[in-house]
Design a protein around this ligand. Structure first.
Ligand code: SAH
Length: 365
């Protein structure tokens, strides 16, 4: 194992604690954050406003340990995907999606996933472990660096979505710390509207998130009733729709103008009829919501087909007529398997007994 602490594992409060322990003032935390995240420096010798003796001490105890890029792929539409190597042969994927007015980095939170959503390729790979804070925030660092090395117009991270591999709310502490760094003015300084956590619906963790963070929340709904959602998102058997929607309402209570984004994958003949749309509209009628329809992206051995264009448009129209802002997510990076639900990486599945694993992860909440 590593004998040095990885400074990427600390958010500002954590770094202040680290410096207090070695008898240094809290402002050191801010200096270090700026070096690492704003100037992209990981070598202590280059941190010139830090005294030589402290630099020596840091070299002895600490390091800035980053995930390593294995491959980098570029899609015809400008989307980029990186495969990042972690330990024990595991690797994760991360995607950058440039748009006219923003550049979004899609970040992973776990190696694999313990939830078994029937339409997601990450699910098929099983689960290995949670990512550390450093492995999560390190994805931003590495992506920034890769884009600096090969600059192209519009390639700058303005938004982050926790929509890569894994269920972020089952890796609560590390994800919250990493998001704190995304939003810290001394690190990446993104606003809470530009950092989005997407969850399959871990209800108690949504309630807890509200107490410690105010990032934007996206919820993978995918079905308008429990019977269907139980099939598509098995976590629903534990936290059914009613409890999930209550948690959503609670998350944005007292915050006028905020909305929950609901993601809904369009599966041909499964969840895409006008009746489903009407049922959905009824369900969401008293929640400030934005609907994001995601055309299903196939992967090897997937058992579903994507709804056709007219079906998706009709579904959207029903929701819009009911007053729900609805957008169909543009599929990006398909030619390099970088679209939603296609991220795979390489996971040494340790579980096979997935349910037990979920219970274990939840116990830490
Ligand atoms: N576990 C979290 C984070 C993953 S986000 C969550 O469930 O929200 C990735 C989004 O892509 C989720 O909404 C997920 O349900 C959706 N997705 C998964 N597989 C997909 C596929 N094959 N096609 C389209 N969307 C998919």
């Amino acid at each position: 194992m590593h004998d040095k602490v990885n400074l990427l594992d600390f958010d500002r409060a954590g770094l202040e604690g680290f410096f207090a322990e070695i008898g240094e003032k809290p402002f050191r935390a801010i200096q270090i954050l700026k070096w690492i995240y704003q100037f992209g420096v990981k070598d202590f010798d280059a941190m010139t406003n830090i005294s030589k003796s402290l630099r020596e001490q840091l070299k002895e105890r600490a390091e800035v340990r980053l995930p390593e890029i294995v491959t980098e792929q570029h899609s015809a539409d400008g989307t980029s995907k990186w495969l990042l190597r972690l330990d024990n042969g595991n690797s994760i994927e991360m995607v950058f999606i440039p748009e006219d007015e923003r550049g979004t980095l899609c970040v992973s939170s776990q190696i694999g996933c313990a939830l078994e959503c029937s339409f997601c390729s990450t699910a098929q790979q099983g689960f290995n472990r949670n990512l550390s804070t450093g492995e999560i925030i390190g994805q931003l660092w590495v992506a920034n660096r890769a884009m600096e090395i090969r600059p192209r117009e519009g390639r700058k991270i303005s938004n982050v979505v926790m929509m890569g591999m894994g269920e972020p709310l089952l890796n609560f502490e590390n994800v919250v710390r990493a998001m704190n760094l995304m939003m810290d003015d001394n690190a990446y300084g993104l606003s809470k509207r530009r950092v989005t956590l997407s969850t399959a619906g871990v209800v108690p963790a949504i309630m807890r998130l509200k107490q410690v963070s105010d990032v934007s929340l996206a919820v993978s709904l995918h079905a308008p009733n429990d019977e269907l959602r139980n099939e598509l998102v098995p976590l629903n058997r534990k936290y059914p729709i009613k409890a999930l929607l209550e948690a959503c309402r609670e998350y944005i209570r007292d915050e006028s103008r905020r909305r929950i984004t609901f993601e809904y994958v369009m599966l041909d003949g499964i969840n895409d009829s006008p009746q489903h749309a009407r049922q959905l509209a009824k369900l969401l009628k008293d929640i400030p919501a934005k609907m994001n329809l995601i055309p299903f992206n196939p992967f090897p051995q997937s058992q579903y087909l994507c709804s056709n264009r007219e079906t998706i448009d009709r579904f959207r129209d029903v929701l819009m007529k009911a007053g729900i802002v609805t957008v169909t997510r543009k599929t990006r990076g398909e030619d390099i398997d970088a679209a939603c639900g296609q991220l795979a990486g390489k996971v040494n599945d340790k579980t096979k007994r997935t349910q037990r694993k979920i219970v274990m992860l939840e116990r830490r909440l």
